[in-house]
Design a protein around this ligand. Structure first.
Ligand SMILES: *Cc1c(COP(=O)(O)O)cnc(C)c1O
Length: 404
């Protein structure tokens, strides 16, 4: 194997427990395993999270949900013990059969999505009622139903039939990592109005959920954070509540930013306790010495200024190693780790190959392991160099994964 990803079962479990502890006994933590568990392998991670006690998992679409359901079965977890699986992106009508067959719980926001589900149920057991979670668009303008007339129409439809039942009401925050965010407060007010409409319609959802990893990490508002608010709104409608966490499970979280003019606390609550779950490794396939003046890689953007010893690594941008990590003489960028020692990337990262400078580590031999991402070189480091977020870095890693 040219490069591979080791997934620490122990760290994944510890991060999940850390989130649970931070959320407290009355807030459930839905474990998000969408996008192949942020590049960690949903089929590896879902059984680990189920064993750690996750009551809910979150996926993006019906296909992912079906694969996770199969993985849980293969792991030998009895159907009754399996977590519920929330499908968080809105589905197309043609997904209804898979949603029903794999016992997934879709997030919906339109009557036509629910009609498709009712239709898929009609072919089966007529006594069955299928649970859906309704997303409220509280200000992201992405998914969800708007409060007011549109929401009333959906609620009326739900009240008139008994095949589909409203089990959950949820929303998503646009700026969860910003302490003092006006937008979060506005979204909270809007969600409260939606919950009043739901109550006025006589519907009694069992679950209310909102918020992500940053919602757990961000201490704002100071009277207990967004989950204090969540607890209160859920209590008002006698529902259980939950946050949906992804990134923190895998050991990362966005830095807490501060809204302009906000002077309150903004220290991350859990970030210091999280540990990266992914270690991405490769092995040296070649070593060479080059003379001063020699150029390295495509376009020769790096020129040796002294005698150098280079190690060749069989991983590149096709595997998800960002090309932004390429380095010229005047702008160093990425590096890899050999144990505790850094080896800077020199020249361009190419499709399947990357060259690193090991002049300072004479012990390196062909076959030695190098860490592309993990201890000493994190997804935050890659994200900073590639001017993106750790989410995109983790999701981009393509190498085969093994549980360690
Ligand atoms: C991805 C996602 C989450 C998890 O977000 P993190 O920032 O990774 O914790 C929560 N809710 C919804 C709706 C999502 O799509």
């Amino acid at each position: 194997m040219k490069s591979w990803v080791e997934i620490s079962e122990e760290r994944l479990t510890a991060n999940y427990r850390c989130l649970k502890e931070a959320a407290g006994a009355d807030i459930t933590v839905l474990a998000v395993v969408k996008a192949d568990a942020y590049g960690h392998g949903a089929e590896l991670c879902a059984p680990v999270l189920a064993a750690a006690g996750a009551e809910w998992l979150g996926v993006t679409d019906a296909g992912e949900g079906a694969a996770v359901r199969t993985a849980l079965q293969r792991a030998g977890i009895a159907s009754a013990q399996q977590p519920r699986i929330l499908v968080m992106s809105e589905s197309l009508d043609e997904d209804a059969d898979v949603l029903v067959a794999s016992e997934l719980t879709p997030v919906v926001s339109t009557i036509s999505q629910m009609e498709a589900l009712a239709h898929a149920l009609n072919d089966g057991d007529s006594a069955r009622s299928f649970a859906v979670h309704l997303e409220i668009d509280t200000g992201m303008s992405r998914q969800g139903v708007a409060i007011g007339a549109s929401l009333d129409e959906v609620l009326r439809w739900l009240n008139l039939q008994n095949r589909i039942h409203l089990e959950g009401v949820m929303t998503h925050f646009a700026s969860a990592e910003i302490a003092g965010s006006h937008q979060t407060l506005q979204q909270q007010r809007c969600f409260e109005q939606a919950l009043h409409q739901v109550q006025d319609a006589g519907l009694r959802p069992a679950w209310i959920h909102a918020g992500n990893s940053s919602t757990v990490d961000n201490p704002f508002p100071e009277d207990g954070g967004t989950f204090c608010w969540l607890r209160n709104v859920a209590k008002d409608v006698s529902a259980r509540c939950m946050v949906r966490s992804g990134l923190a499970l895998y050991g990362y979280s966005l830095p807490i930013e501060v809204q302009q003019g906000y002077a309150g606390v903004h220290e991350a609550r859990i970030r210091p306790s999280l540990k990266p779950v992914m270690t991405w490794k490769t092995r040296v396939t070649g070593l060479r010495e080059i003379e001063p003046g020699a150029r390295i890689g495509y376009n020769g953007i790096f020129m040796a200024e002294r005698r150098m010893r280079l190690a060749l690594l069989p991983a590149g941008y096709a595997d998800g190693l960002r090309r932004d990590l390429s380095a010229t003489n005047t702008s160093p960028a990425g590096w890899v780790m050999f144990g505790k020692e850094r080896a800077p990337i020199v020249g361009r990262v190419s499709m399947n190959l990357t060259t690193v400078d090991v002049t300072a580590i004479p012990s390196i031999k062909v076959g030695d392991e190098a860490i592309l991402l993990g201890e000493g070189i994190t997804a935050d480091d890659h994200a900073c160099i590639a001017r993106t977020i750790p989410y995109e870095i983790l999701c981009g890693v393509k190498s085969p994964r093994i549980l360690s």
